[in-house]
Design a protein around this ligand. Structure first.
Ligand SMILES: Cc1ncc(COP(=O)(O)O)c(C=O)c1O
Length: 425
């Protein structure tokens, strides 16, 4: 097959007729398929069911130190749980705070704390006028939702296969003291699935922000979520920051939402001593302590960081065929037409497809009419506005492989049909 951009009008017309025929056939099947939800499938949730039975006696509820987890106490997490996450995030236990059931909630709290209390030694953000945040795009809609909620102006920073455009990040951050932070998903980014290169991580650590209270929100949600046999390696930002004396820049997060149960997992934050002191100062007013029974359940079931990494192989076995299904279809159905681009991620939860400029909304509409729900076009950009109307996030984990096979076939036809229509004008 020729690339669409090289086809003449007659060739495009005959391609359109073929695609339209296929599309009508799919439509007549009256399907109801969903590739919009970035959540584990039930087979993945089943993996963690035994965890619910690990605590049954009074002695089960005691930590190694003998602390009774059925009661109040231990604000920053059970020591062995802190250690487990410290090893995963490659920081020290002292730098870890184990929170509640959601890392997004901890990120929201963090922004809230910086807005109202400020970073150590600095005015609260809210008192500093119209502040701004950098948003690598495409990115995670809920991150953008947090900054939008607080009325923080969001500035798009393009992503490539190495991470955010660091020339632009450095230039903006060093010249504008109203820029207070940046959202990052450094490993298996949501949605592109890429992992930041060593150089990008080093450049983050070496940033010289004009704002003394600039923070890197380092959301390592997919830190151990490999799909490929050979997973990506992310350079340790905290180590790099320590070399540069910039350890107050990053605030790191992760959770077990995509490991055990979303909404009933364990979330953690990691940061420098300086930052930790100020966050703890706030948390101590906010709660007497988080759900230590759940922390203990996770600890007994997953054991330690090695147990956790081993455990992720069970998830990989379930979701790798789903990623393969999507990527194989894109490769065989779309690649030669040249009308879309995508990354082949080695992990994470998404495949991000850049369809022909100006056709993403149309692809989503066509899919919907044929019974396939996709995440709304624009969702991966601040304010829901994709300037190129090009990015679509596919979430392969929730449907079964059979459902996915069908859904992705329809998606490919819609991507091509929208492109051909656009070229025909
Ligand atoms: C990058 C990223 N961060 C955070 C979350 C939510 O995590 P949690 O369930 O811990 O709030 C998600 C969920 O999809 C995500 O993709």
């Amino acid at each position: 097959m020729k690339c669409y951009s090289e086809m003449n009008r007659d060739e495009l017309m005959s391609e359109k007729n073929v695609l339209q025929g296929k599309y009508e056939e799919f439509k007549n099947e009256g399907l109801s398929l969903d590739m919009s939800r970035g959540k584990p499938g039930s087979e993945q949730l089943d993996i963690s069911m035994p965890m619910l039975d690990v605590l049954s006696s009074e002695s089960d509820c005691r930590t190694d130190e003998g602390f009774d987890c059925r009661n109040y106490g231990i604000l920053d997490g059970i020591p062995a749980v802190k250690k487990m996450f410290a090893d995963i995030l490659e920081v020290s236990s002292d730098e870890v705070f184990v929170g509640g059931n959601s890392s997004l909630n901890m990120m929201f709290d963090t922004i809230s704390c910086l807005m109202t209390q400020g970073a150590p030694g600095c005015e609260p953000w809210i008192k500093q006028g119209n502040i701004k945040f950098l948003c690598p795009v495409p990115g995670y809609d809920r991150h953008f939702g947090v900054t939008e909620y607080y009325g923080i102006e969001m500035i798009n920073v393009p992503m490539d296969s190495n991470g955010p455009d660091m020339d632009l990040v450095e230039q903006l951050v060093s010249s504008d003291e109203k820029i207070k932070g940046i959202w990052c998903v450094p490993k298996y980014a949501n949605p592109t699935g890429i992992t930041y290169s060593d150089e990008v991580v080093r450049r983050f650590a070496a940033l010289k922000p004009a704002a003394k209270d600039f923070r890197i929100i380092w959301d390592n949600a997919y830190v151990i979520h490999d799909v490929a046999d050979e997973g990506d390696k992310l350079l340790n930002l905290m180590d790099e920051c320590k070399k540069n004396g910039t350890e107050d820049l990053p605030i790191m997060f992760t959770s077990t939402s995509k490991i055990t149960f979303p909404g009933a997992g364990v979330a953690v934050m990691a940061c420098s001593e300086n930052n930790m002191k100020s966050f703890k100062e706030r948390y101590k007013f906010q709660t007497i302590g988080y759900d230590k029974i759940n922390q203990l359940r996770h600890l007994r079931y997953l054991k330690d960081s090695s147990g956790l990494i081993e455990y992720m192989k069970k998830h990989k076995a379930v979701i790798a065929p789903k990623f393969k299904c999507v990527l194989d279809a894109l490769e065989s159905e779309v690649r030669e037409t040249g009308c879309a681009k995508w990354e082949n991620p080695n992990g994470g939860y998404f495949v991000s497809v850049d369809v022909m400029n100006g056709t993403a909304k149309e692809v989503v509409r066509l899919c919907k009419e044929a019974g396939v729900v996709l995440t709304g076009a624009g969702a991966t950009y601040p304010y829901g506005k994709d300037p190129d109307d090009s990015n679509i996030r596919i979430a392969p984990t929730y449907p079964s492989v059979e459902e996915l096979e069908k859904a992705v076939k329809i998606f490919c036809v819609c991507v091509k049909l929208a492109a051909v229509n656009k070229l025909l004008g």
